[in-house]
Design a protein around this ligand. Sequence first.
Ligand SMILES: C[S@@+](CC[C@H](N)C(=O)[O-])C[C@H]1O[C@@H](n2cnc3c(N)ncnc32)[C@H](O)[C@@H]1O
Length: 171
Amino acid sequence: MMKFSRDAPLHTFLDLSTHENPSYRILEVSAGTGGLTQVVLQMLRNLEERSGQRRSEEYTYTDLSPAFFENARKDLEDLKDRITYRKLDPEDDPIQQGFEECRYDSIIAGSVLHVTSDLAATLTNLRRLLKHRRRLLLLEVYSLKIYVLTLGSDHLKDGDLRRNIAAFFLC
Ligand SMILES: C[S@@+](CC[C@H](N)C(=O)[O-])C[C@H]1O[C@@H](n2cnc3c(N)ncnc32)[C@H](O)[C@@H]1O
């Protein structure tokens, strides 16, 4: 069982947003090996044990590469009744990839959005999956040094924007 603090901002966010909402739906973008998934699902379980109420209906675990799913299924075996595995490229139109518009109450993205080639396009795509006025939970370990390093990547379509931001912080 993973340990976490009940005072952690993520725990507080989940507590407040799933309160009295048993049909809460979450999509995780590029969940990879599922480290963050385990934390979120354990927190939801903990909240359910404390409140005696169901806190979510659906957890959609996505990645660009379905190769991650096999290991994730093994690692998350005891939470399998909660998880649906689906391939999603957040840089492409999610509706054309078979996802339903405005379906999710929260989208969670951990250490992933910075690797996409066009942040604005990615955020626009993800926005289409969210219900009106719901939340994108963005978790990025921020270091300007790492951020500037990503500027060297040829695949970036918004390199100028990132260079301007880096220049602003470096002044
Ligand atoms: C650093 S891992 C983060 C994994 C997970 N979110 C976590 O917090 O443990 C980065 C993830 O981004 C995915 N990824 C790599 N390039 C991507 C891209 N261009 N668009 C979307 N996801 C990408 C990888 O498949 C991997 O799962």
